[in-house]
Design a protein around this ligand. Structure first.
Ligand SMILES: Nc1nc(=O)c2c([nH]1)NC[C@@H]1CN(c3ccc(C(=O)N[C@@H](CCC(=O)O)C(=O)O)cc3)C=[N+]21
Ligand SMILES: [Mg+2]
Length: 295
């Protein structure tokens, strides 16, 4: 069982020492988070990021707006933050209410401050293997694989789920060329999604050396469909009500108890990709601070 919390502590140490250097140069990294509405999960993630920032010696601030805020007002706010030199990294917590174009909001954030890596320029660079802000969840999966020593070159990777913010960037990192400006995993990557027939999903899973589960379907990945010794990275975040206690419980897309007996490596939920994703936002914030103009 791979501990995302332990790996996140490694990243934290690296980010903390980079932060201290920047602070000594009078350039303390600052993360600004814009949070719209009162979505409970979004508030949890925001608090995790704010806590990590203060732990690592960065400053952070969260700007709250009601779900009735207009796209116009949001664009103005983002523009103001883009021009504010005391802000190194800026992110707008997703999802946004229905009346928003998330694409327009993501594209409004200055690419060099875009610690989510969701601006179209950063996505374009990601697809061209250029250095860029890599979306935190995808970077988290990448770092878990790298730091655990899981081989990717020539391996079969199955990414389950093709969301633009998670599945797509993960597949992009893992399939691309390792000898590039932004090194990739040189794996043979297949993407399955809601239109993939179940027999086909099983067939693909049985061939996979690495399975990345990012579909948002609890218990989708069961032990019987996996190859013995496969590495399984669970990216799912599903809140299920416990039938006994009635409490909400966080589960991934993987049948953890059974799969941990068959898999070579398994990254759990909670305590896997989540804490690593928070750490990668911090790493991106330091990167943004390093690259910020100092004049
Ligand atoms: N603009 C934007 N950027 C994001 O990076 C972003 C987003 N919107 N919207 C939602 C997703 C999801 N996400 C997570 C962050 C932390 C945990 C995390 O800390 N998870 C803990 C448990 C947290 C809990 O108990 O709920 C864990 O897995 O151990 C999970 C998921 C960031 N996202
Ligand atoms: Mg997790």
């Amino acid at each position: 069982v791979v501990s995302g919390r332990e790996l996140a502590r490694q990243i934290h140490k690296e980010v903390q020492s980079d932060t201290a250097k920047l602070v000594a140069q009078g350039n303390r990294p600052h993360l600004s988070v814009i949070l719209v509405g009162d979505d409970h999960a979004s508030h949890t993630y925001m608090r995790n990021k704010a806590r990590a920032a203060s732990l690592l010696g960065m400053s952070s601030s969260t700007i709250f707006r009601p779900s009735s805020v207009s796209q116009e007002e949001m664009l103005e706010l983002i523009d103001k933050f883009n021009r504010d030199r005391s802000i190194s990294g800026l992110l707008v917590q997703l999802p946004l209410p229905e009346h928003f174009s998330e694409r327009a909001i993501c594209n409004a954030v200055a690419p060099e401050k875009d610690v989510d890596g969701f601006h179209i320029v950063n996505i374009g660079k990601l697809c061209l293997d250029q250095r860029c802000m890599v979306p935190a969840t995808a970077a988290a999966v990448w770092e878990i694989i790298r730091r655990t020593g899981i081989e990717t070159v020539g391996k079969n990777v199955l990414v389950v789920g093709h969301s633009k913010n998670v599945g797509m960037p993960i597949a992009m990192l893992l399939h691309s060329d390792r000898n590039h400006e932004r090194p990739g995993g040189d794996a043979t990557v297949v993407m399955a999604h809601r239109c993939t027939p179940l027999p086909r999903l099983k067939e693909l899973a049985s061939l996979a050396d690495i399975v990345i589960a990012a579909a948002g379907v609890p218990h989708l990945i069961t032990a019987d469909i996996l190859k013995e010794g496969a590495a399984v990275i669970d990216v799912g975040i599903n809140r299920l009500q416990d039938p006994v206690t009635g409490k909400l419980r966080l589960v991934g897309d993987v049948d953890f108890e059974a799969v941990k007996e068959k898999a070579g490596f398994i990254s759990p939920v909670p305590g896997g990709v989540g804490p690593m994703a928070v750490a990668m936002v911090m790493k991106n914030t330091v990167t943004a601070a390093k690259n910020a103009p100092t004049y």
